[in-house]
Design a protein around this ligand. Structure first.
Ligand code: DX5
Ligand code: ZN
Length: 222
């Protein structure tokens, strides 16, 4: 349901040598989504993991798999990620020459579709695709690496997107990604974001359940 607060730990900050355990632990700790950051070393200056890893983790978990593709022309890989068990695929506006087609392809595979914007891309670019998507992801850092600081200008951008959705009578999820911790989660939530990604803010803490609960509580108190 759009509007409901969801916490999405990003596996990018987990122990890459023991992903199976990381997934089981955040599932037990109350994560709503598992955020899966796929990087191709071309769209972003880093390489993470692909559909094979997601497929292996799918066998271990019942969590909602939120795949964030930071990949050039992601239309080439949608079937792979669908077969791997993604529940939602988010593609970057900046990485798709034919975004509308890519969104239709994701939905045609029976999945939820999201579109992501880099910090420098204005939300007005989404005007004509909003009715087609289930979620908008606003990057609050430049994609490529975990552990960066939340870019303060994102807050106003979230508010502008929330206004656009309201004016159109659309109830989409707004996901915010990058530099979110229990200490600042209320800021994007107050502006209208309801899906909060957190990598180091969960996996960098000793107690995952406490970190997830604290993010949820500070966001819900918006
Ligand atoms: C950045 C990724 C984010 C990031 C979040 O490219 O899309 O999901 O890993 O990590 P933190 O919460 O550490 O900024
Ligand atoms: Zn991400």
């Amino acid at each position: 349901m759009a509007g409901e607060i969801k916490v999405a730990p990003s596996l990018l900050a987990a122990d890459m040598g023991d992903l199976r355990r990381a997934v089981a632990e955040v599932e037990r700790a109350g994560a709503d989504y598992l955020h899966l950051d796929v990087m191709d070393g071309a769209f972003v200056p880093n390489i993470s993991f692909g559909a094979g890893v997601i497929k292996a983790l799918r066998r271990e978990s019942r969590l909602f798999f939120d795949a964030h593709l930071m990949v050039e022309e992601p239309g080439r890989y949608l079937e792979d990620f669908a077969a791997a068990g993604a529940d939602l695929i988010t593609v970057h506006y900046e990485a798709c020459r034919h975004l509308h087609r890519v969104i239709q392809q994701i939905k045609g595979l029976g999945l939820k579709a999201g579109v992501a914007l880099n910090p420098a891309t204005p939300v007005t670019m989404l005007e004509d695709i909003l009715p087609e998507v289930d979620m908008v992801l606003l990057m609050s850092v430049n994609p490529g690496f975990g552990g960066q600081s939340y870019i303060p200008e994102t807050t106003e951008k979230i508010a502008r997107l929330a206004e656009m959705l309201k004016a159109r009578g659309l109830a989409l999820d707004i996901e915010v990604d990058g530099g979110i911790t229990a200490e600042n989660a209320a800021v994007p939530a107050r502006a209208g974001a309801n899906v909060l990604v957190s990598g180091t803010g969960v996996f960098g803490r000793a107690d995952y359940a406490a970190a997830i609960a604290a993010i949820r509580q500070s966001a819900a108190a918006r």
